[in-house]
Design a protein around this ligand. Structure first.
Ligand code: DX5
Ligand code: ZN
Length: 236
């Protein structure tokens, strides 16, 4: 079943606990935390101390998206802070297997992220290790950007790889997930939907999370009804 993961990047940072509680009432099942270092991406956000406070504010899994250089140096701190899922960028990890192993060794669920310009084939070998693959559908760094359409092909390709390899990892999508894009994203095969602006941008996170999730679930129902042969297609 598709899930909604609100990104707190577009929330009011002075009232994060309230924002998260509202999004949870609207159906959010995990919270997406964008960690930026001003080097890997041209923006700076939050780190382990904020994750530690969020841990006290919600029981939902904290999905920490590390847009940082040298993520290995911070894995232990994120674990101590209470992170549940940690994803690292393919582009930031010269020793990706080691980094994912480190996340696993700290009892967190590892994810790998691919930027819009990175082919999904490049992560083939590590797919059995990950809990989720995050397909960036904007160039990371800022909320409120427009969805890049070719991301749909990457999601479809990844879903085909997953079927053909017999794996169970989740496909997560981040960037420009909104009312006008969510149906196509779900139909392409994604089930973890990150949304910042579409949930928090209008200041009505409960209402807007609920509406976005309803649109996603409707697309999912249509998809499974129209694709009874799901699971049989091959990579091409
Ligand atoms: C972008 C972040 C996203 C961002 C998405 O670098 O990784 O999580 O918050 O924002 P929207 O949903 O507004 O595109
Ligand atoms: Zn993100």
């Amino acid at each position: 079943m598709v899930e909604l993961l609100p990104s707190i990047l577009s929330a009011d940072f002075a009232h994060l606990a309230d924002a998260i509680a509202a999004a949870e009432r609207g159906g959010a099942t995990a919270i997406h935390v964008d960690v930026m270092d001003g080097h890997f991406v041209p923006n700076i956000t939050v780190g382990p101390p904020v994750v530690k406070s969020l841990r006290k504010a919600t029981k939902l899994p904290l999905d920490c998206h590390l847009m940082i250089e040298n993520p290995n140096d911070f894995i232990a701190e994120f674990a101590d802070a209470g992170a549940d899922w940690v994803s690292v960028h393919y582009e930031a990890c010269p020793h990706l297997h080691r980094t994912l192993q480190l996340i696993l060794n700290h009892s967190m669920k590892p994810g790998v992220v691919v930027n819009p310009g990175t082919r999904v084939d490049l992560i083939l070998e590590i797919l059995p290790m990950v809990h989720h693959v995050l397909v960036m559908s904007v160039n990371p760094g800022f909320g409120g950007q427009e969805f890049i359409p070719f991301s749909l092909d990457k999601i479809r390709h990844l879903a085909a790889m997953r079927r053909d390899l017999g794996l169970q990892f989740k496909i997560e999508v981040d960037g420009g997930v909104a009312h006008d894009t969510v149906a196509a994203i779900v139909q392409a095969g994604a089930e973890l939907l990150v949304a910042g602006n579409a949930v928090f941008g209008a200041g009505q996170p409960e209402r807007d999370a609920r509406a976005l999730l309803a649109a996603a679930r409707q697309a999912e129902i249509l998809q499974s009804a129209s694709n009874p042969a799901d699971g049989k297609s091959k990579i091409h």
